[in-house]
Design a protein around this ligand. Sequence first.
Ligand code: GAF
Length: 393
Amino acid sequence: MQNLEQEIHARFTQLFNKEPLLVRSPGRINLIGEHTDYNDGFVMPAAIDKDIIFAIAPSDNGESYIYSVKYDERIKVDLKSPEKVEDPAWANYLLGVLHQMVEEGMPVKPFNCVFGGEVPLGAGLSSSAALECGFAFALNELFALKIPKIRLVKMAQWAEHHYAGVKCGIMDQFASVMGKEGHVILLDCRSLEYRYSPMDLKDFIIVLCDTKVKHKLVDSEYNTRRNECETGVAILKKYYPEITSLRDVKPEMLEKHKAELPGKVYNRCTYVVSEIRRVQQASRDLDAGDLVAFGKKMYETHEGLSKLYEVSCKELDFLVEESKKFDKVLGARMMGGGFGGCTINIIKKDAADRFISHLTKAYREAFSIDMRAYKVSIREGTSVLSKSPASII
Ligand code: GAF
């Protein structure tokens, strides 16, 4: 982390010969509550110790540049109209944020920015939210725009919808900005009310197992799921005009009108309706310190995501099945949008290394792929690392 910060700082001073403001923005995990955010449900995410770091300072020559360390690529930004670009893809997450600030007439002046990080791409840890949120946060700080945090969250989500083309919910951006060290966030995605709950794992830790696969059509399948949920709501609304999302749907309503719902739509809705309830129960488990009950619910979630919501894949299913061979694993499931990325596992500390080497071996034998494992800790959301007086306007 220290090294990354130094690297980004060094690259900035080398390119722009100035002291920058440094901002970190984390990736996220989600304990439970998957594909519930865009259905007005509950989620339980947290920010983690994997960051993207931004170095940013005002520019002295009226031009603005953003440089990606990972891709060793830079773009020149037109501050008058930061429109979507064909290439490079990474630029759109940032341009989408900038576009809104410019549209709203915020006093964004020419700047230079260098960013890079350790949130793995395509692993379901929401590197895109970290990118959007960190950039929004950095501009807000640099130009003292006084944008409230929740507005930064929404601007980041807007960039994802309109510049990256994924109709995501609010969870990832919320977790990245609002995360709190050692706590999970229980977020009501309808009202945006939230509370922090201490994640007291006792002798357990969280291990992520990265399948290293990202199957095609992830984004279009994501948008399709969202549409299927909306179709379910539209059909049920004929009978229950008061409902506006799956949050309002009770299991009995689904059963009563099962025959009118296309099979897939019924399955998608069944999963979401039960997952929304499951998160509420899981939150009570956590309050009661009952990690065993919590872990069981993670397995139930995976089952629903795999069989009913159909966003898992053979690699994720394999890792979850293998985890069941370890009695020291309390729960495991696929995490995030699906079709690849990571599983999240809660496992006894002293068994973690054995678990990782067992899974790595089994996974390599099954798929000829080297799985990657991360032991993660829960950290603070997006924050300033260091301010250079010269860089602040
Ligand atoms: C992705 C989305 F960005 C989130 O909004 C959420 O829907 C998640 O998939 C599934 O729970 O990470």
